[in-house]
Ligand binder design. Sequence first.
Ligand SMILES: Nc1ncnc2c1ncn2[C@@H]1O[C@H](COP(=O)(O)OP(=O)(O)OP(=O)(O)O)[C@@H](O)[C@H]1O
Length: 305
Amino acid sequence: MTHSPDETVVILNPESGSGSHGANVRQRANRLGYTVVETDTDGDAVALAATAAERGVETLVAAGGDGTVNEVVRGIRRAGALDSVTVGVVPVGTGNNFAKQIGVTDVATAFDVVESGDRRRIDLGQANGHLFVNSCVAGLTADSSSKTSPAMKQRLGVLAYVVTTLRTVTDFESLRLTVAIDGHERAAPAWTGDALSVLIGNARQFGPNRTGPANVEDGLFDVTVIEDVPVLSLMSDAVVERLLGRDSAYITRFRAQSLAIEVHNPSSVRFSLDGEIIQERRLAFETLPRTLSVAVGDGYTPPPE
Ligand SMILES: Nc1ncnc2c1ncn2[C@@H]1O[C@H](COP(=O)(O)OP(=O)(O)OP(=O)(O)O)[C@@H](O)[C@H]1O
């Protein structure tokens, strides 16, 4: 096995986002003497990251979107190398939420950050053993391709997308849930009822006035449960904004280190972990505080000590 701590490996998803970044990324990487490996399909970035980490590579760059970042981090864990590897991100995906959270704004800056940016240890999330970096969501998802008025987006943040998605979906079945903080059997449920969505953010926040960067070093999830309000889909924007805006009785938010979600629907529910779908009836979540070393941009504000 070759020991290559000085080598930097870029794991490039050539199809992320618009799919037009391949040559640019390869050129910049070559200029810096980085090795570039490309993904072909689902899961490749997990295997490529694990192989590089097993070879002793200590800097791995995910060039892709949030799905590619998630796979690279899973590969590093698979290799048992979370202690020794630092992750960089080249934001060439569609959403690039994670890159934004760590102050990486564009391709050119991303390479500068890998070369000389600060290194910070950030939290990861885990649900039934599955890793996530950004979030785990179930129910109506915040589909950013749905048409949302700028005014509603400003008032409701990511939740505006949930509302517009609801208006286009005809057969939505509420999530019948119990959400318990800390996952103890006897803990009082934090929330129980019929939900439209449940959103568990690690490097992501949901809702009004929460569009800024998440605190990814606090060891806490940012949990949002949106109650299924009857006939919400038929209401006007103004009414919806009042119902779901600040201090809404229909939205429950809390922060927690660990939690458990139990599904009471007759069948299991789809949960998306950074886009990876799992079907479950019961999920136990825990944060892995300050577990992943990342190269962060100048725009990243470390939380106060
Ligand atoms: N060569 C490839 N061709 C097609 N799909 C690929 C290829 N390599 C990887 N994939 C798949 O593409 C998925 C999505 O990629 P990724 O998240 O990087 O981009 P995105 O969806 O454009 O961005 P974002 O997640 O930020 O919205 C990956 O999870 C992987 O399953």
